[in-house]
Ligand binder design. Structure first.
Ligand SMILES: *[C@@H]1O[C@H](CO)[C@@H](O)[C@H](O)[C@H]1NC(C)=O
Ligand SMILES: *[C@@H]1O[C@H](CO)[C@@H](O)[C@H](O)[C@H]1NC(C)=O
Length: 320
């Protein structure tokens, strides 16, 4: 037996549906953190990036789509506004006639269908052409499991280097003549999502490495011979970990990051300032300024008007 509230909700649903008109009311049109995609933006947004993308195919009248709506807003905020990891959150309104082609292309038959598009690992020599794997998300529809699932899908482009004092680090620093390198020295054995995300944002323009060590107790390990030159890592004995260093092989200069280690935006800005190199992906990239920003604001990709909405970038809580 349906109770009063059940009947009432059906009535409200029907009312909202009638008012919106068929296919109207895109759920995420006004949310800068969720990309509301159309046939003219889909391919570039999903396939034109090394980011992993989650896409919710929905119909505005469907009850399950609506119960997911607030969670999806939060998911978008987590990854975009809080400048967390390299994941895009997107949606397609399958009730819109103009989106039919997209929804049939992915054989969407129930709502919501949540697909995750994962780019293959980029390798300029072995695998220069990125392809995408598509999988259906069937997990729990709440924030934490969705975040966990998506971050587990991030590719790692940071190289693990064994030993702070060993030859492995000297030769990594010497390799790829004249390039800038970012080195994280950390207690953690795993490459954290934040560091993966940094390496992804600078994919193709900067090298990232990681050394795991328990503590900085052996000063002799700070000295390296790089291409015949003696260099010293700017570390202090027994100082706290993690430490993030930036190495410029042209000048042999190494600098240490002094800001907050959980603030991806601050770290990115520091790298840009020290190297003059801009990230190829992410919030501070050209791709964002030229394309993604307009999609977020619901504009045509070609539109060049400055935006009035600001994307607020707060520091995060997660550590490197
Ligand atoms: C991934 O990154 C590399 C290096 O920046 C770039 O050449 C490639 O086009 C990117 N892939 C996609 C799909 O954008
Ligand atoms: C790097 O460049 C220097 C000077 O141009 C050269 O002597 C050295 O052999 C180069 N190293 C590698 C690994 O190419």
């Amino acid at each position: 037996m349906m109770n009063f509230w059940g009947v009432f909700l059906i009535f409200v649903n029907a009312l909202v549906y009638v008012q919106a008109g068929r296919g109207g009311n895109d759920m995420y049109k006004d949310d800068v953190n969720v990309l509301e995609l159309t046939p003219s933006t889909f391919d570039k947004a999903v396939y034109g990036t090394n980011y992993t993308t989650m896409v919710k195919f929905y119909a505005p009248w469907c009850g399950y789509c609506r119960s997911l709506e607030p969670i999806y807003h939060k998911l978008g905020k987590y990854f975009n506004q809080d400048a967390k990891y390299s994941i895009n959150i997107a949606s397609v309104n399958c009730d819109k006639d103009t989106n039919q082609e997209l929804c049939s292309r992915f054989r969407i038959s129930g709502f919501p269908t949540i697909l995750v598009f994962r780019p293959s690992k980029f390798d300029p020599v072995k695998n220069p052409k990125v392809s995408h794997a598509v999988e259906t998300y069937n997990g729990e529809r709440s924030l934490k499991p969705m975040v966990r699932f998506l971050t587990s899908r991030m590719k790692n482009y940071a190289k693990r280097i064994y030993g702070l004092g060993g030859d492995a680090l000297s030769s990594w620093l010497a390799g790829e003549n004249g390039s800038h390198k970012v080195l994280l020295i950390t207690k953690s054995y795993d490459v954290t999502p934040l560091y993966k995300s940094l390496a992804l944002d600078f994919l193709g323009v900067l090298k990232f490495g990681l050394v795991s060590t328990k503590s900085l107790d052996k000063e002799h390990e700070f000295k390296h011979n790089v291409d015949g030159k003696d260099i010293k890592l700017p570390l202090k004995k027994e100082e706290d970990l993690p430490r993030l260093l930036l190495f410029d092989e042209y000048s042999d200069k190494i600098v240490k990051f002094e800001g907050k280690y959980n603030d991806k935006t601050a770290i990115t800005q520091w790298i840009i300032e020290k190297t003059g190199i801009k990230p190829t992906e992410g919030p501070l990239s050209r791709k964002e300024a030229k394309f993604f920003k307009n999609v977020r604001l619901g504009k045509k990709p070609s539109s060049k008007k400055p935006s009035s909405k600001k994307i607020n970038k707060k520091p995060q809580h997660d550590e490197l």
